[in-house]
Design a protein around this ligand. Sequence first.
Ligand code: GDP
Ligand code: MG
Length: 280
Amino acid sequence: MSEKNVTINWFPGHMAKARRQMEEQLKSVDIVIELRDARIPDASANPMIGELVKNKPVLVILNKADLSDPVQNQLWKERFTHCLICESTGKSIEKEVVGKVKEILKDKLEKAKARGIKKKVLRAMVAGIPNVGKSTFINNIVKKKAAKAENRPGVTKSLQWIRINEDVELLDTPGVLWPKFEDQNDARLLALLGSIKDEILDKEDLVLFGLEYLKKVYPGAIEKRYQVKEDSEDLIDEIGRSKQLLEPNGTVNRLRCMEMILKDIRGSKIGRISWQHAGE
Ligand SMILES: Nc1nc2c(ncn2[C@@H]2O[C@H](COP(=O)(O)OP(=O)(O)O)[C@@H](O)[C@H]2O)c(=O)[nH]1
Ligand SMILES: [Mg+2]
């Protein structure tokens, strides 16, 4: 299950379709679980999510938090009304997420009870841009629970819900939303972390941008990873030499070097880096 190809195909028709689907799905949910990439919490938001969701509560998940700066994770968390820091590829997050959903919707549960509804089941849907970890997040929570097909009269037929526990159901397919590729800075961050295709940007520009940021915000990180001086005039060249990425004639194979750096950045091999800091 991969939406990787979707990332390059967000033309207006697709956006309109994603929007329509989201609006339809929203009718039957009590809460939206919006996944963001903890390394770029702002750039990884959908530009229209607020407008789409309107007045339903949103639980923001800072996902891939194992890759981002732990100090920044905490600072970002405070920025959102409801937020959890998650590593969907790690241990089970089911209890934490379900507990949070119930806490956010406490009033709704109490109101239902007061109206005589014995068992109000809360419904949640996951949404986010491609590659942010929606499928991984859902699998972490759902584990082996079977997707439950149901066609209750009056309830949108095509939607399938998975019962997480006695109080909460999750829509089994996430809402895939388009990324913020219109803003140059956001697009660059998304490309740097591989959330949109990097072909749309010049690879060297992308790598230089990444290296400049690391030098400025995480001094020492490049030196530690590649054993080079960070103030070198041509850092790509220095790194290529240090890592022996050379052509037969002894010059640095810059393309290979840049690809290695991008891979290291995406896999957090240079350290746990937050590419957007809270409060900036
Ligand atoms: N390190 C790390 N990787 C993650 C996490 N969540 C998802 N991923 C990885 O991110 C990639 C995209 O995940 P996927 O669930 O397919 O994203 P989707 O397109 O939103 O459904 C996969 O390689 C996942 O293993 C996380 O919390 N930490
Ligand atoms: Mg997916």
